[in-house]
Structures are given as structure tokens and as C-alpha cells.
Design a protein around this ligand. Structure first.
Ligand code: KIV
Length: 434
């Protein structure tokens, strides 16, 4: 039996830049093709990018950040191809994904992004400039006043091109002075920004700090009610998912993430982790003060396409997930210890908080579909159950003999025993007590 709760998925509200009609809805902004591709060694061809973009649309992401068009002619072409095709297609539930291009805060970058995305039904320009003291002084060599001026001009320029969906990011917001953030964000709202993305660029924040920052900005930035706040959390301390969820809990209504959590350095927040956490726990955790919605957050991600998306991204980028990666690692639904296997055979919800089917992973044929790996920690119940499935009804003495031998072999065999190995143990004449 399996009584893990079904993940929540509800229809997506209509798209409008800067506004979401349902206060419970969290937009998913996927940046696998931009931040994800910035992982060392993860270069993608334009055709691979297009395939991934199609899979992201099938998954139901609201916004696809398709690349950084100024970065290279190839990146420009890839973003344009995605905008002209995926950005014009109607997917499940009648939605058309927003196609976004990243640009530094200057006319050349923004113009290039606009040329790449403008063929989409819903084009978005994303522009950014750093706002932390260390970045402004050491990297940009600009004063805070100059940075505000550049940011405002960038947003105004994007608007002057005819773009009505403009995202602004104060890079390194996680280490910026919150008062300066309030000032610059208020100014870019006046200039026409519709989404304010708050990047914890260096993964420096603790979840309570990042959640507090979102809450404070939502309360104090002039004009905050007319925009959507977004999270963009890097994983340098392994906190990117926790920080993104803390952001959502405190009023962010867009989360930026990548498939398998790929991205600069230690990576970005993993889409599959954020989305499944919201789908399974959204009603228990995420209630902000003064919140007008029902308190049950949701996304429109179609979870059953998660496994396919994860495998595609791993294959095309050459970046395989660690076996214990949450949700999509090969061990995520495998059980080796005897106690766990015994529980799984009795009720799968004893050790699984979601079903593999809910993320599009079909259970192996083995162990009545219980995802059981027969290794050195496995117990008699698991071995006997699998043997029965293979057609071997052993009496007590024979089972004892086979199980003793199984333990000896499993001790030495990394990765566990396959069905062939088990059958060999049973048919081995040394254990044939007849
Ligand atoms: O990490 C970061 O700050 C970014 C921004 C450009 C959003 O990738």
C-alpha cells in the first residue's frame, strides 16, 4: 500500500506582468538555460537549449530565462529560437511561457536581449546591477548614486523599446545595505520595473535573514504593491532551497531556480525541491502576516515531468546528480536497510513522503515496487519477499542458508545484489538441502 499524500497542483491564474490575481500562487522562473549553463563545463548547444526549453514548458514553468543574449552570437540565436518557437506555442492548460533574456544595465545588452525575446508572445527583459558595497566599490567602481542612476536608465530604456514586462535584480542583494535596496528598488518601480528579483548571489543568507529581507522590502519599498518580489538563491552554504521557501513564506511570489540545482559555483536552488516542498507542505508552513490568501501556496508545475526534465538536463550538460540528490537522485526512492525495507514492504509511506510516480519515476519491478536494494544492510523479510516474487518458496532451513550466504556476498558487493545473484544463491548446490 502507499498512503503518501498527493502533491497539490492547481490551475495557473492568468498571466499579467507585475501582478498575480491569486495571492496563493507562486510563479516558477527557471534559469537552467542561463544561470544553470554558467556551471563550469555545462555548455549547451542551441538545439539542446531548445529541447530543454520545450521540456520546461511541458513541466509548466511560468518564465524561462533562455540565456544572456549579449554573451555570444550562439546565445543570442538560442534565445531567439526559443522565443520564436516555445514562446509562441500553447502548452497544457492553455498557457504560453514568458521568455526572458538577461542583460547588464546598459543599452547595448538590453537592446540585444529585446531583439532576442521580442518574437515571443510574452517577452521579458531582465536587467541587473550590483548593489553591495563590495561589488559597487571593487567591481563597478561606482558610487551608490551612480548605481541608482544606471539602474533607472536601464529600466527606462527597456520600457522605451516597448517591453512591458521588466525584471530588475540588485545583484548581491543578500549582502547589500537594506536601506540602499529600498531606495534603488523604489526608483526602478517608478521607472517601470514589474518584477523585483532579490538575489542572494553568494549564498550568504540564512533562511530567517532572507525571509526577513523579503518581508522588510515588501513593507518598505515605495510602490511595492504594484510589483512581484522574486527570490534567486545561490547554494554556497547549501541553503538555496530553504532560502527560496523562506522568501515565498514572506511574500515572494516568484522563485528562480534550475533543474537539478545547477548553476554558478555550488549551484542555484533546485526547481524540483522547491516545487515539491510547496506541493506537499505549502499548507503547513507558509503563512505570512496580514496575508490575504488561503494560506495554501501552490505552483502550476506538472510534477510528473520532473524526472524527464532532470534526466535531460543531466545528459545535455554532462552534470549528473549525486546519488542522494533530493527528489531526483538515483537513491531518492531506494531503501537498503532491513528495518526500512520491512517497513516499505508493509506500507510505502513508512519511509517515503511522496511517491516516485508523482515525479514521473516508475518503480523498478523489484520488491513489489518497493524500491528496495538488496545489500549488506537488508533483512530476511526483503530477501524472502523478492525470492517469492521470483518464484522461490523456500522452507525455513533453506531460507536460513540462503540468507546467511546472501549476507556474506552482500558484504563484498557494492551496489547490492541483482535478481541473477539471488537466483544463483538459491540454485547453488551447496545450499540445496533436498
Ligand atoms: O546570482 C545573481 O545575482 C544573478 C542575477 C543576475 C540575478 O544571477
Amino acid at each position: 500500500s502507499s498512503s503518501a499524500p498527493p502533491p497539490l497542483r492547481r490551475p495557473r491564474p492568468p498571466y499579467e506582468p507585475g501582478r498575480i490575481s491569486d495571492p496563493d500562487y507562486v510563479r516558477v522562473f527557471d534559469t537552467t538555460l542561463r544561470d544553470g549553463e554558467q556551471s563550469p563545463g555545462a555548455t549547451l548547444t542551441s538545439s539542446e537549449k531548445l529541447e530543454i526549453a520545450k521540456q520546461l514548458a511541458k513541466l509548466g514553468v511560468d518564465v524561462i530565462e533562455a540565456g544572456f543574449p549579449i554573451a555570444s552570437p550562439d546565445d543570442f540565436e538560442a534565445v531567439k529560437r526559443i522565443a520564436d518557437t516555445v514562446g509562441n506555442a500553447v502548452f497544457e492548460d492553455g498557457y504560453v511561457p514568458v521568455i526572458c533574456g538577461l542583460s547588464r544595465a546598459n543599452e547595448k545588452d538590453i537592446g540585444r536581449s529585446w531583439d532576442a525575446v521580442k518574437g515571443a508572445v510574452r517577452p521579458r527583459i531582465h536587467t541587473f546591477i550590483a548593489t553591495s558595497k563590495i561589488h559597487m566599490e571593487s567591481k563597478l567602481n561606482k558610487t551608490p548614486d551612480e548605481v541608482v542612476d544606471i539602474a533607472v536608465k536601464a529600466v527606462e530604456y527597456a520600457k522605451s523599446l516597448g517591453c512591458d514586462d521588466i525584471e530588475f535584480s540588485p545583484e548581491d542583494a543578500g549582502r547589500s545595505d537594506p536601506e540602499f535596496l529600498v531606495r534603488i528598488l523604489g526608483e526602478v518601480i517608478k521607472a517601470g520595473a514589474t518584477t523585483l528579483n532579490i538575489p542572494d548571489t553568494t549564498g550568504w543568507n540564512m533562511p530567517w535573514e532572507f525571509g526577513g529581507l523579503i518581508r522588510q522590502l515588501k513593507k518598505t519599498v515605495p510602490g511595492a504593491d504594484s510589483v512581484i518580489f522574486s527570490t534567486h538563491c545561490q547554494n554556497d552554504l547549501g541553503l538555496s532551497t530553504a532560502n527560496s521557501l523562506a522568501g515565498a513564506m514572506n511574500g515572494a511570489r516568484q522563485v528562480e531556480c534550475t533543474i537539478n540545482g545547477i548553476g554558478e559555483r555550488a549551484g542555484n536552488a533546485a526547481l524540483e525541491e522547491i516545487v515539491m516542498a510547496i506541493a506537499l507542505k505549502g499548507d503547513e508552513q507558509f503563512r505570512e502576516e496580514g496575508y490575504q490568501g488561503s494560506g495554501r501556496l501552490y505552483t502550476a508545475i506538472n510534477h510528473v515531468h520532473i524526472t524527464a526534465a532532470s534526466r535531460m538536463v543531466a545528459e545535455y550538460t554532462g552534470m549528473t546528480c549525486q546519488p542522494h540528490k533530493a527528489i531526483v537522485g538515483v537513491n531518492a526512492f531506494q531503501h537498503e536497510s532491513g528495518i526500512h525495507q520491512d517497513g516499505m514492504i508493509k506500507n510505502k509511506a513508512t519511509y517515503e513522503i511522496m511517491t516516485p510516480e508523482s515525479i514521473g519515476l516508475m518503480r523498478g519491478e523489484s520488491q513489489s515496487g518497493a524500491g528496495i536494494v538488496l545489500g549488506k544492510h537488508s533483512g530476511r523479510n526483503a530477501v524472502s519477499t523478492r525470492l517469492k516474487e521470483l518464484g522461490y518458496e523456500l522452507d525455513k532451513d533453506k531460507l536460513n542458508a540462503v540468507f546467511a550466504r546472501f549476507k556474506e556476498v552482500a558484504e563484498k558487493k557494492k551496489g547490492g545484489l541483482e535478481d541473477d545473484d539471488l537466483e544463483a544463491l538459491v540454485t547453488d548446490s551447496a545450499y540445496n538441502t533436498d
